[in-house]
Design a protein around this ligand. Structure first.
Ligand code: G6P
Length: 593
């Protein structure tokens, strides 16, 4: 949540920061702002909402040093006053934050008593005033920033542009991500390396509480607690530099849905020898936990399902924000598997920090190389889905699930079979993604778009698919879609069904199909408009008013079943005129709790 960019070097700094912010907009799009160092002054430009202003229209001088921020509001409404970066009273420095100052109320009260004035409702302004207070006490600007930062509680990463020293940026990382890019005579700072990988892939990752000071094209790293200089390591990113563009598509979401044909294959592109170490670790672990939030949480659930049902692994699938009661029973010889797209989700990281403290082993299934979760893990598996820009996750979900399937099958000696199944699903998807399929789904959109409450029934292998399908549609259509296990129907939910209520049933050719057909009959008898999603074997069943057939997918049929919901979500949101890639109130990377 919130994206930070900094640049010092030979190029036009506002161009680089603007490009970076545009790339990081998935982290928040309530407002944005850029500050450049112009001789001994700071020039600022801020705007509410998405980045619409082009570089040529940006009323900022060409300079060599700038910082920028894209906001997902936490404290204080979406206004120009609250938009970052925030300038100091004397206009000597300007600051932006990604995170939350948890103790901002006592700090603000303390500062007010000392006559410091506040103009915004943000917690960030407290950091600005704290630095002002410290400048009267410390010798160097770096020590003032350090002194102020050490008073903060919570996960917060800050970036400060100082106007008094040429090309001087200071950043401190705690909790929220930050990475430094080293180019030829130029330096980049960003919440995600994606913001600058077109210029350099040489990066430095930081530990929490690292302070980075840039002066021109030189930098030093300090421990923010002690002030002592630290050594650092330059890492070369392996991932292919991918241009983040929509290509011929109107939205990233459709592009990313269609990419699944290839991304599922990339996710399982591991040799058996590369998977074996995790299998061995699972075998010797006392207890295995798997965790993730949002869509990644549903992927964790699906992976746990595969591990239980295919390889008889005793695995606990717990959401990170619900982990508290498990913490006292977490042991040194337990294994925690984290599932995450960004590798930066605050709740998930917090569980891993605890696991690290007591010495449990950490493994991860993530999409972003070098992310916090990736670096914290001993067993690291990248799913190589490429950048996912649409806030609603699609290709990453299926990639994480197919990796889980490969893991489960490899444990029972069926590695080759799993790889073949993924390949065959990939080629089936090639045919499935056609105008015919899209028109069929759009036909359903016309029938249901006027309704506000929808239900999705799943069971066993499709239970998490029902939850993920419903989440996808909620996120961008803002309609109330509720997914649940068909077994729950008669225990309450059926009371909500009345004439015309759309009810979706996810049906695979498995031992649950009879129960699902009966559940569909029951809701239909109460007036529901029934939609079947799944194996074409059930296409002709009378209980369905509409049917969305899905590719066979063999053992992967549950994963395939999510795809019609992704497409439905997309076409429904487009027909409602919603912002598809940047839905209201959401952000892709949830780096605050
Ligand atoms: C947000 C995103 C979801 C994502 C979740 C967890 O809610 O909108 O798409 O599943 O965070 O993020 P992660 O990066 O850990 O997968």
């Amino acid at each position: 949540m919130c994206g930070i960019v900094g640049y010092s070097g030979k190029q036009n700094s506002s161009k680089i920061v603007l490009e970076g912010l545009k790339t990081l907009e998935y982290r928040g799009y309530d407002s944005w702002g850029i500050a450049v160092q112009d001789k001994n002054q700071i020039k600022i430009f801020k705007e509410i909402g998405e980045i619409k202003t082009k570089l040529s229209m940006l009323p900022l001088p060409k300079t060599s040093c700038a910082i920028g921020h894209t906001r997902w509001a936490t404290h204080g409404g979406v206004t120009m006053t609250n938009a970052h970066p925030h300038i100091s009273t004397t206009k000597d420095f300007i600051l932006a934050q990604n995170g939350i100052v948890e103790n901002y109320t006592p700090l603000k009260n303390m500062l007010k008593k000392k006559n410091y004035k506040f103009k915004t409702q943000t917690d960030t302004e407290v950091i600005v005033r704290l630095i002002e207070q410290q400048t009267n006490k410390e010798d160097t600007f770096r020590d003032s920033v350090r002194g102020a930062f050490n008073m903060l509680e919570g996960r917060n990463t800050i970036i400060v542009l100082n106007s008094k020293q040429k090309e001087n940026i200071i950043a401190v990382k705690n909790g929220s991500p930050l990475v430094l890019g080293i180019g030829k005579d130029e330096l980049f700072l960003a919440s995600d390396a994606l913001a600058f990988t077109r210029y350099t892939k040489d990066v430095v990752f930081f530990d929490n509480l690292d302070l980075i000071e840039i002066k021109g094209n030189k930098f030093k790293i300090y421990d923010s607690r002690t002030g002592k200089e630290k050594k650092y390591k330059i890492t070369k990113l392996n991932s292919k530099v991918e241009e983040v563009s929509k290509g011929k598509y109107d939205h990233f979401m459709l592009k990313e849905i269609l990419e699944q044909k290839d991304t599922i294959s990339k996710a399982v592109n591991y040799k058996l020898e590369e998977i074996k170490p995790l299998i061995e670790e699972m075998k010797k672990s006392n207890r295995i936990y798997i965790t993730g939030a949002g869509t990644a949480g549903f992927a964790s659930g699906q992976i746990a399902y595969f591990l239980r049902s295919i390889s008889k692994v005793d695995i606990l699938d717990i959401r990170p924000y619900d982990f508290t009661s498990y913490l006292p029973i977490l042991k040194k010889d337990d294994l925690v598997i984290a599932v995450s797209q960004s590798g930066e989700t605050a709740d998930t990281i917090e569980v891993l920090e605890y696991a690290q403290e007591i010495g449990s082993t950490i493994a991860c299934i993530v999409n972003v190389e070098g992310s916090t979760i990736h670096r914290m893990s001993e067993f690291k598996y990248l799913i190589h889905a490429g950048p996912e820009i649409c806030v609603a996750s699609t290709k990453v979900f299926t990639s994480q699930c197919v990796f889980g399937y490969l893991l489960a099958k490899s444990m029972v000696g069926e590695y080759t079979e799993a790889r073949e199944e993924v390949e065959s699903m990939s080629s089936e998807l090639g045919e499935y993604f056609s105008e015919k399929t899209f028109e069929h789904i759009k036909g359903l959109v016309k029938k249901i778009r006027g309704r506000n409450h929808f239900f999705i029934l799943g069971k066993d292998q499709n239970a998490y698919i029902a939850l993920e399908g419903a989440l996808k549609i909620k996120e961008i259509s803002y309609k109330h879609f509720e997914g649940f296990s068909a077994g729950e129907l008669k225990h309450g939910v059926i009371a909500l069904i009345d004439k015309g209520t759309p009810v979706f049933t996810i049906i695979s050719d498995d031992m649950c199909s009879k129960d699902l057909l009966s559940a569909t009959e029951e809701v239909r008898a109460r007036g529901a408009y029934t939609v079947g999603v799944g194996s074409s074997k059930f296409k002709g069943e009378e209980c369905f008013d509409y049917f969305l057939p899905v590719v066979k997918g063999k053992g992967l049929s549950s994963i395939a079943n999510v795809i019609p919901f992704q497409l439905l979500s997309y076409f429904l949101a487009v027909s409602l005129g919603n912002s598809v890639d940047k839905p209201r109130n959401l952000a892709k990377s949830v780096t605050v709790k």
